[in-house]
Design a protein around this ligand. Structure first.
Ligand code: ADP
Ligand code: MG
Length: 254
């Protein structure tokens, strides 16, 4: 496959996502077109219900758009059968979602190296130790997920995604359950990873968003604004404006 150096890692073209049918139908994504350039770090923000999770689900091939196309790492997802889609997800995408998707019967270390082993790739033990230590999990490598706090489980999920080194990492609120120090460590790690990978991160936190190259603001299933080189304070101001607008627009009938 030939790829141009500037090809976007993920591209959505005129994507509509509707849940339900008829009078009860909800349009979560309303003709969204956006490209996430390779090796970029994008934060996605917006009021609750604005379509952020739907965007991530469609972009990551975890859900199919109602119409429009999604292209990931040069492959158009629309039309792929479930098996091919699953294979593409496993080989080229990484996920850090609110449900951590850690396997309960595997230890921290086994969970982290699982994608490498599934792909029959070499495991660099020293690199695993180093990464886990950096994320404050050095003493936890032989523990099971049920023995960890939510924040610790989240860090295991992040370690697993970063170590596997997929083309794109999708993260939904990866720092939501973390204290300030742990959040800063995770965000620094994602920031560094963007030198090799594409990061798309949903967050409510303006400070977290300020680690990204740009912020895409959603409102009512549409892109309301894009901010390059975000600074936390400006992000917070924009969020407040969007929140106020969403309340005015949606207040009467929701
Ligand atoms: P966000 O992540 O920004 O809070 P979502 O993408 O989760 O927004 O939701 C966008 C809209 O789609 C909301 O109105 C939500 O209620 C609706 N929605 C999301 N998932 C479903 C679903 N599985 N079934 C029905 N409606 C849904
Ligand atoms: Mg959400």
């Amino acid at each position: 496959m030939i790829r141009t150096p500037y090809a976007p890692a993920v591209e959505l073209d005129d994507v509509v996502k509707t849940y339900g049918e008829g009078a009860g139908a909800v349009t979560a994504l309303d003709h969204v077109s956006i490209a996430f350039p390779a090796q970029s770090f994008t934060a996605v923000m917006g009021p609750s219900g604005s379509g952020k999770s739907s965007l991530l689900q469609c972009a990551a091939g975890l859900d199919r758009p109602t119409s429009g196309t999604v292209t990931v790492d040069g492959t158009e997802l629309t039309g792929l059968d479930d098996r091919t889609l699953t294979k593409l997800r496993r080989e080229r995408l990484g996920f850090v979602f609110q449900a951590f998707n850690l396997l309960p019967t595997l230890t921290v270390r086994q969970n982290v190296v699982l994608p490498l082993e599934l792909g029959r790739r070499r495991v660099d033990s020293a690199a695993v130790d180093q990464l886990l230590a950096r994320l404050g999990l050095g003493e936890r490598t032989t523990h099971y997920p049920s023995e960890l706090s939510g924040g610790q489980q989240q860090r295991v999920a992040i370690a697993r995604a970063v170590l596997a080194g997929p083309a794109v990492i999708f993260a939904d609120e990866p720092t939501g359950a973390l204290d300030t120090n742990a959040a800063a460590e995770v965000l620094a790690l994602l920031r560094e990873s963007a030198a090799r990978q594409t990061i798309v991160m949903v967050t409510h936190d303006p400070v977290a968003a300020s680690y990204a190259d740009r912020v895409v603001f959603f409102a009512d299933g549409r892109i309301a604004d894009v901010m390059e080189e975000p600074v936390a304070e400006a992000v917070a101001t924009r969020m407040t404006q969007l929140g106020a607008r969403a309340r005015v627009a949606g207040g009467a009938h929701r």
